[in-house]
Structure formats: C-alpha cells, structure tokens
Design a protein around this ligand. Structure first.
Ligand code: ZN
Length: 240
C-alpha cells in the first residue's frame, strides 16, 4: 500500500492543490491527513471539502479544535487568535460537524497517525527532544507514527538510542520505532517555503518526505484580501 500523508494544510488551498497535483502522478493508493486543516489561511472550507472527499483517515489538530471552541486560545499568539476567530466566522455548520467527529489518534496495522503526541494527543504538545520522542514511542503499538504540529519535517528513530534525522528518505528497519514529522502543507516553518508532505510505501517500508513549490504570492494575496493578518501571508514567502 502506498499512502500520501498530509498535515497542517491551514486553509492554504494553493499549497494543497500543488501537492495534490504532484501526488496524482505518483500512483498513491490512499490519502491520510494529520489535522490542522484550518486556521491561518483564507480557504478553510475549500480545504475541508477536498480532505473530506479524499482522505481515508483524518485526525484532529489543535487549530481544528480551536475552530470548534474545544481548546482555549488564550495562549495562542495574537495573529493565531485573530485567525481562529476569522476561521470560526467563515466555517459552515457542516464544516464544524466534520471537524467535531475527527478522532485524535488512529492506529493502522503497523503504524499510527496523530497530530501532536501519542502520550497525550489532547494536549497537543510538541515532540522536540529525544525524551519527548521516547514518551510517544512507548505508546506506539506498531513501528511507525506519522505526526505534524511543529511544521518542521524531522524523523526520530529508536534503535539502541533515539536519534533524529532531517534525511528525506527513511527506511524503517525491523525492530526500530520511528516517528516521522511530515512537515506542513500550508505553512512550513523550516526556512523552506515549499509545501511538505510524506509518502509511505508499506511493502518497501520506505518513507519519503517531499517538498513542492507553489504560488506563495497567490496564497499571501488571498490572506490579505480575506482581511486576515498580513503577516500570515508574508511568513509563507520565507517559510517561517
Ligand atoms: Zn499546525
């Protein structure tokens, strides 16, 4: 089975369309989505419709929960807060219903998907250190977990010790546990403005994290025109 795994689309339709256009030529069997479909970007409804139609399994992110009023946005920065309030005003009841029914975690045979962490998915913590990775690996029934949330693609690998790698091609060796942060489609933050997503070939046990250039200026213009904070568009141009 070949999966395409998308995370943190954040209402950025330009980025999502570019990623899907690339994936269509790659012979993928199924799509998975790791949450934060909405928040920051100007086209949350369009992104939700696409993911709803395409994704085999989707888990909820903190911005999806924020749109539902399920988490307190007081600790969001001022632009994220403003974007959340804008998103709430611009989603329809059916969009909210879809978000409401998303689980936080899904376990497949051999691998799992979550937005933040496996040890407390409802807290939306970040996995930044080997110890953070260890805590999630101890809750991982299979070998691989795909996650998002930080918008920075990175892989943690547990052999004798836990190490991390920014290599885009990963082979899952038997007996190891691997956490793959697939990066963000709609708001990369690793100084690379190109949209990020992953492919997972379960038979070959290979993961590839791929980057796709898209029309960042058009995405920034739609954010400006929607009346969202302009900085949310400007940051897309530098991938921060
Ligand atoms: Zn996010």
């Amino acid at each position: 089975m070949r999966y395409a795994i998308l995370s943190d689309i954040h209402g950025n339709l330009c980025a999502l369309e570019a990623v899907l256009a690339e994936i269509r030529g790659l012979g993928v069997d199924k799509y998975l989505c790791l949450g934060d479909i909405v928040g920051y970007g100007a086209q949350p409804r369009e992104c939700l419709e696409i993911i709803q139609g395409l994704s085999e399994r989707t888990v909820a992110g903190n911005h999806d929960f924020a749109a539902l009023g399920r988490i307190d946005i007081d600790n969001f920065n001022e632009h994220a807060k403003e974007a959340t309030l804008w998103t709430r005003r611009n989603l329809r009841e059916e969009d909210l219903d879809y978000l409401r029914n998303l689980p936080l975690v899904h376990h497949f045979d051999g691998f799992s998907i979550v937005h933040g962490t496996l040890y407390s998915p409802e807290l939306f913590d970040y996995i930044q250190t080997s110890y953070d990775a260890f805590l999630s690996m101890s809750q991982l029934p299979g070998e691989v977990c795909f996650l998002g949330h930080s918008h920075i693609p990175v892989t943690f690998i547990q052999r004798r010790f836990i190490t991390y790698s920014f290599e885009p091609e990963i082979t899952v060796e038997p007996g190891t546990k691997v956490l793959v942060n697939v990066g963000s489609v709609g708001q990369p933050r690793d100084n690379n403005p190109n949209a990020s997503y992953a492919l997972f070939d379960t038979a070959a046990r290979k993961v590839s994290v791929r980057r796709v250039a898209y029309d960042v200026d058009a995405a920034a213009a739609s954010i400006r025109e929607a009346g969202l904070p302009e900085i949310l568009g400007e940051r897309l141009k530098i991938g921060r």
